[in-house]
Design a protein around this ligand. Structure first.
Ligand SMILES: CC(C)(COP(=O)(O)OP(=O)(O)OC[C@H]1O[C@@H](n2cnc3c(N)ncnc32)[C@H](O)[C@@H]1OP(=O)(O)O)[C@@H](O)C(=O)NCCC(=O)NCCS
Length: 379
């Protein structure tokens, strides 16, 4: 049998077709719209509608979309009880994975795989996830959960529910920008995991749970938390260069740098850094911006690597007063839009995703009788 071509990590492999987004030398496009244009002209809700429903909304459609989000923001008593039963030391991404799975049990259309049902489920999940995250972080501080506020946007609710403080206009704008930038990124690991899962004709909640698991890792979405942990450890911009040099000498990866596809600089990182610069100027607090600039300079010089979106996300969310452990869950609150779009697309043109592997085990051999197998160690 002829061996098909093999590419470790599937690098460079075209693993499917999509009309949802593309990454070109210019940057990222969602359904034909340039990410920078969307960031300048739209809110996250408009972008979520674009991804989930296929087009930017009209004014009426946007109002209706916001109304549906508000309708589904509150959690039922069972989900609140579940969150109270999860051990407080649980990593928030694990809690969120469990909560999303649990929400599936209460969704009346959970088993319906049609595009229309998937769009409705996507909106319900999109609405609930900020509340799940908010309830969790309020409980972590020994406080009672807050009720979502219908007058606030998706970004505003995330900030309010997690921090307990009414968010400033600037904070809401920066959070909204980060959600737009995080909403979708073609065939990344978590999206691919979602597509693989539903390609077996499993439902949307199964796909999203798979995706959350894949996003958790520090080489994917977990990088935004790790990037900030690293900056907190460095502590002082003056120490940044020596710290990075030491880490590189130990052959460590610097979180928030490098990307499998975006090699020449991530436009999303530039846009978020610019927003972070404005936050720094407003607050008169330049520590993280300066540290980031030094780290970027050293990484470019030493490795030719540029920051990806997770690098500025870390210190920008920190400047917004968010707990570090909330950063990857917030990524989920945005990426549900992209994942859901991919799930619908996969199911609309489905063929099970079932690649081959290159076998590296032993050649054919006889099965020895039990008594002749010795006490050899089990691998
Ligand atoms: C994103 C990432 C997983 C891509 O992996 P990849 O495409 O397999 O990267 P490559 O293997 O092509 O990397 C090439 C070289 O650069 C190194 N490298 C890549 N990212 C690095 C980083 N962040 N810090 C230090 N070195 C890095 C690799 O170790 C490798 O070195 P080697 O050839 O000496 O082994 C990787 O860049 C990474 O781990 N980055 C940090 C985590 C992160 O920010 N993830 C979020 C992505 S949006």
């Amino acid at each position: 049998m002829a061996q098909p071509a093999y590419s470790p990590g599937l690098e460079g492999v075209i693993a499917g077709e999509t009309a949802i987004s593309t990454i070109t030398d210019e940057g990222l496009f969602y359904r034909g719209y340039f990410i920078q244009d969307l960031a300048e002209k739209c809110t996250f809700e408009e972008v979520a509608h674009l991804l989930i429903c296929g087009e930017l909304p009209s004014r009426t459609q946007l109002e209706e979309f916001r109304a549906r989000l508000n309708e589904h923001r509150c959690l039922g008593p069972a989900t609140l009880a579940l969150l109270r039963h999860i051990p407080p030391a649980t990593p928030p991404m694990d809690m969120l994975r469990t909560a999303v799975s649990f929400l599936g049990h209460f969704d009346p259309e959970a088993q319906d795989l049609t595009t229309e049902a998937n769009q409705r489920k996507a909106v319900r999940l999109l609405a609930s996830v900020p509340t799940v995250i908010g309830v969790w972080f309020q409980m972590q501080q020994g406080r009672e959960p807050l009720a979502p506020r219908p007058e606030l946007s998706h970004a505003g609710n995330l900030l309010y529910l997690i921090t307990g403080e009414p968010p400033s206009a600037t904070a809401q704008r920066v959070m909204d920008l980060s959600l737009i930038l995080y909403a979708e990124h073609e065939f990344n690991a978590s999206t691919f995991a979602a597509r693989v899962t539903v390609s077996t004709m499993a439902d949307l909640h199964c796909g999203i749970v798979s995706a959350i698991g894949a996003l958790k890792g520090p080489w994917h979405g977990g990088a935004n938390e790790q990037a900030m942990e690293m900056m907190l450890e460095i502590g002082d911009p003056e120490r940044a260069e020596a710290w990075v040099m030491d880490a590189l000498a130990r052959k460590e990866r610097i979180m928030g740098f490098g990307h499998r596809v975006v090699r020449r600089g991530d436009l999303r990182a530039r846009l978020l850094t610019e927003a972070g610069r404005q936050l720094a100027e407003q607050a008169g607090e330049y520590r993280w911006l300066r540290m980031a600039e030094t780290m970027e300079r050293v990484m470019e010089r030493e490795k030719g690597l540029k920051p990806n979106v997770d690098f500025p996300c870390g210190w920008v969310y920190y400047m917004l007063g968010l707990p570090v452990a909330a950063y990857t869950p917030i990524f989920v609150a945005a990426r549900i839009a992209g994942w859901s779009a991919h799930i619908s697309e996969q199911l609309a043109h489905n063929r099970i995703i079932r690649p081959r592997s290159l076998y590296t085990g032993p050649a054919r051999r006889p099965v020895p009788p039990l008594e002749e197998r010795g006490t050899g160690q089990v691998r």
